[in-house]
Design a protein around this ligand. Structure first.
Ligand SMILES: [Zn+2]
Length: 227
């Protein structure tokens, strides 16, 4: 593929390491509450079944370790099992994340995700911090794959993404409201997809509002939006 050095926005999506065919599909991704993630197309990226099974096994094994007297033969054996299960879960999760991030990068030229550094301030729950850790390692994989395939990854402010409708009208929801129904435009979908659409909208708006950052993105196709 021929390399062109014209620094315009659109061409930045189509140049350099051309081993991925150009793609003008755009997508927003929201961290799901019940699933791993949900895309603006409404696709649910679910935690695979093995994940729950493996975690359950791990919990049982850890309980076993704590019941054995320290440094006994049984304790050593149980500890080895825990370490083994940890490695297993780690590898499987890595594998899962590599596959999903590869799919996203292959299928879309523009990917908008939540900037967790902004959202994380409101955190504190253990389950949430585990999810945040999984999410940030996923974003890291997504980021370098996007870079080498010449895709654009944009991190947007995650605050309040569940509240507006992509049409602009406010659709206030409580934490337990799982549905989005807009009185203004009639959009009816899941809460997570509505959030993913809002993340995409913020990402696209960022793209048109900041042409200088867009130019800088030629070197590093990942930037974030703080305020
Ligand atoms: Zn609407």
């Amino acid at each position: 593929m021929e390399i062109t050095a014209t620094h315009t926005w659109d061409e930045s999506l189509f140049r350099i390491h051309g081993w991925r065919p150009a793609n003008d599909s755009v997508v927003g991704i929201d961290v799901g509450l019940e699933s791993f993630a949900v895309t603006s197309d409404g696709e649910i990226v679910d935690n695979p079944r093995w994940f729950r099974t493996a975690q359950k096994k791990l919990r049982v094994a850890q309980r076993h370790v704590s019941r054995c007297s320290k440094r006994s033969g049984g304790w050593r054996k149980a500890s080895r099992l825990v370490a083994q299960l940890h490695r297993h879960v780690f590898h499987q999760r890595n594998d899962f994340q590599h596959k999903r991030s590869r799919e996203l990068v292959n299928n879309h030229g523009f990917i908008a995700v939540e900037d967790l550094n902004v959202k994380g301030l409101a955190g504190g729950m253990l389950a949430k911090s585990v999810q945040d850790a999984a999410w940030s390692s996923f974003i890291a994989k997504l980021s370098y794959k996007a870079e080498s395939a010449d895709r654009l990854l944009v991190k947007v402010n995650a605050r309040g993404t569940s509240q507006p409708c992509p049409c602009g009208a406010p659709v206030p929801k409580k934490l337990w409201d799982r549905w989005h129904q807009c009185a203004a435009c009639g959009l009816k979908t899941t809460r997570d997809q509505a959030s993913a659409l809002e993340i995409l909208r913020r990402g696209l708006r960022l793209r048109t509002e900041t042409p200088t950052i867009a130019g800088a993105a030629l070197e590093a196709p990942s930037f974030s939006y703080g305020a």
